[in-house]
Design a protein around this ligand. Structure first.
Ligand SMILES: NC(=O)c1ccc[n+]([C@@H]2O[C@H](COP(=O)([O-])OP(=O)(O)OC[C@H]3O[C@@H](n4cnc5c(N)ncnc54)[C@H](O)[C@@H]3O)[C@@H](O)[C@H]2O)c1
Length: 456
C-alpha cells in the first residue's frame, strides 16, 4: 500500500519506518527543515532503541522517503497524521499542527483517501474535523481515529507488540482496510466510533498517571509512618487486579504525553461542565512531587544558597533523549531560583537539555565529572549507569554533607550509607543516624507548574 505519514516525530517516524519494513511504500512528511535535512541525510533526529536499523533498511531499499511537501502525500491511499498536539499554558490542547496538515490535504486531494489520526486529540475532535473541514474536500476523505499507545524508549517494540489496536470509525470497509495494514501484528483490533477511540487514549493515559500519583501519595505517607514504599508497592502490584507497572514512586511523571494529556482531559471535562476531581488531584500530586524534592534538599542542606547540587539524569525517563516536561528540568529551575549552583549529566539527553538550560548550569562530560565538589546529588532519571557507581569514589568527589537524593528509588541505599554518604529516597524509611529527616509539603502549598484549569 502507498502510505503517507505526516510528522516525523517519535510516533510518525516509528510508524513510517515500521510500515516500510512491513512492505509498504511510505513517504514521511516533515516540515521542520533541520529534521528533514537529517532524515534525508540518513540520520535520525532523535534516539529510539532499534529504530536506526529499520530506518536505514527502509531508506536503503527505497521504500521509505522523506519530503517537506504535503503534496507528496496526494498519491497515498492512507494518510496518517502524527503531528504534535502540545498543551497550551492554560491546559488547552493546541491542535494547530493538525489543522495545518489536514487543511492542505483538503485543498489538494485528487482522489479518495483514508485519513488516519494517530495524534492524540480530544474526544469529539474527529467528528468536528469531519463536519467542518474534511467535508469541504473535492473528493471523499474518510476519517478514522487510530490512537497510538507506543512508549518512547520501547517504541519499536511497542509498535510490533501492542496490547491492542484501537480503530474508531463508522465505515466498515475503511476500518477493515486499516486493520489490514496491521495484519503482521499479533494484537486484538478493537473497533468503535471515533469519539470513543479518542477517549480510550485519554482514559488510558489518565489511568496510568493516576497509578503513578497514587503510589507517590502512598510513598509520602510511608515517610510519615516509617514504612518502606519498595516492598509496599511490590506487594500491592502483585495483586493481578492492580498490576505492578507504573507503581514506582519518585519525582512524578513527565514527557510529552502524560502531563499534556491529563491536563487536556481535565480541560475537556471543564468545558463539558464536569469537574474531574480525581484527575485534578493526580495532576496536583504530580506537580507536588517536584517541589517535595526541593523541600527535601532544603531540609537536609540547610540553606540552599551557594550550595552545589549535581543532577544526574535529564531525560524524562531512561531509554530516551526526550526532555519534554522532564521533572529534572523543573527541579533545576526551582533550585536555580534559590541560588544553587547546578552540575548536570545525562547519557543521552545532554544536547537537547543544553538548548533549554541556562548557561550557568555546568554540563559535565560524565557522571563522575558532574559530581565534583557537590554537596548533594539528585538522581532524577533511573539510567542503569547511575545505579552501579563506585560510591567510595563518589564520596571522595563530593563535599559534606554528601547527600544522595534518590528521586527514582533506583540506587543501592545500603551501600551508599555504608560508604558514609547520606541517603534519602522517596517513601523510604528514615534512618535517624543517616538522615536528617523527611520533609512533607504542607497541604496548602500549591505548585508553580502549568495546568490549573479553572475556566473554558
Ligand atoms: N511521543 C510519544 O511517546 C507518543 C505516544 C503516543 C501518542 N503520541 C501522540 O502522537 C502525536 C505525535 O507525538 P510525537 O511525540 O511524535 O510528536 P513530535 O513533536 O515528536 O513530532 C511531531 C512532528 O510533526 C511535525 N509537523 C507538525 N506539523 C507538520 C506538518 N504540517 N507537516 C509536516 N510535519 C509536521 C513537527 O515538525 C514534528 O517533527 C501527539 O499527538 C502525541 O500526543 C505520542
Amino acid at each position: 500500500m502507498r502510505i503517507a505519514v505526516i510528522g516525523a516525530g517519535y510516533v510518525g517516524l516509528v510508524a513510517a519506518a515500521c510500515l516500510s519494513r512491513s512492505g509498504h511504500e511510505v513517504v514521511c512528511i516533515e516540515k521542520d527543515e533541520g529534521k528533514l535535512a537529517e532524515l534525508q541525510d540518513g540520520r535520525l533526529p532523535f534516539y529510539e532503541a532499534g529504530l536506526a536499523e529499520i530506518f536505514t533498511a527502509g531508506v536503503g531499499k527505497g521504500s521509505l522517503h522523506f519530503s517537506s511537501e504535503v503534496a507528496a502525500c496526494l498519491d497515498a491511499e492512507v494518510v496518517m497524521i502524527a503531528v504534535g498536539t502540545p498543551a497550551r499554558p492554560d491546559g488547552r490542547i493546541d491542535l494547530s499542527q493538525i489543522y495545518g496538515a489536514v487543511s492542505r490535504i483538503v485543498e489538494q486531494a485528487r482522489f479518495p483517501q483514508l485519513i488516519v489520526m494517530k495524534s492524540t486529540v480530544p474526544p469529539g475532535f474527529g467528528e468536528n474535523l469531519k463536519a467542518r473541514l474534511l467535508s469541504r474536500a473535492g473528493v471523499p476523505l474518510t476519517y478514522l481515529a487510530n490512537p497510538e499507545f507506543l512508549r518512547e524508549g520501547s517504541a519499536v517494540r511497542d509498535w510490533y507488540y501492542p496490547d491492542r489496536i484501537v480503530i474508531g470509525g463508522d465505515q466498515e470497509l475503511a476500518v477493515a482496510k486499516l486493520a489490514r495494514l496491521y495484519a503482521d501484528i499479533d494484537a486484538p483490533v478493537v473497533t468503535m466510533d471515533v469519539g470513543s477511540a479518542e477517549m480510550v487514549k485519554y482514559a488510558a493515559n489518565a489511568f496510568l498517571a493516576t497509578k503513578i500519583s497514587f503510589i507517590n501519595e502512598i510513598a509520602n505517607l510511608c515517610e510519615l509512618v516509617g514504612a518502606d514504599i519498595l516492598p509496599v508497592a511490590r506487594a500491592v502490584g502483585m495483586d493481578r487486579r492492580i498490576g505492578g507497572e507504573f507503581l514506582q514512586a519518585g519525582l512524578g511523571y513527565g514527557g510529552s504525553c502524560f502531563p499534556k494529556d491529563t491536563c487536556g482531559l481535565d480541560f475537556v471535562s471543564t468545558c463539558n461542565g464536569y469537574a474531574f476531581n480525581l484527575l485534578k488531584a493526580v495532576i496536583e500530586v504530580n506537580n507536588r512531587q517536584r517541589v517535595l524534592a526541593l523541600r527535601k534538599l532544603r531540609g537536609m542542606l540547610g540553606t540552599l544558597h551557594d550550595k552545589t547540587v549535581c543532577v544526574l539524569g535529564l531525560a524524562f525517563k531512561p531509554g530516551t533523549d526526550d526532555i519534554r516536561e522532564s521533572p529534572a528540568l523543573d527541579i533545576i529551575n526551582l533550585l536555580l531560583d534559590e541560588g544553587v549552583k547546578i552540575r548536570v549529566y545525562d547519557p543521552l539527553a545532554m544536547k537537547n537539555a543544553q538548548r533549554l538550560l541556562p548557561p550557568e548550569v555546568y554540563s559535565a562530560s560524565g557522571t563522575m565529572a558532574a559530581l565534583e565538589g557537590c554537596h548533594a546529588l539528585l538522581v532524577a532519571t533511573a539510567w542503569p549507569e547511575f545505579t552501579g557507581l563506585d560510591w567510595t569514589a563518589v564520596k571522595e568527589l563530593m563535599r559534606p554533607p554528601r547527600l544522595v537524593l534518590d528521586g527514582r528509588n533506583c540506587l543501592p541505599a545500603e551501600e551508599i550509607i555504608k560508604n558514609g554518604l547520606v541517603y534519602q529516597g522517596v517513601g523510604r524509611p528514615a534512618k535517624p543516624e543517616n538522615q536528617p529527616g523527611n520533609i512533607i509539603l504542607p497541604k496548602s502549598d500549591r505548585t508553580p507548574f502549568r495546568c490549573q484549569v479553572t475556566r473554558c
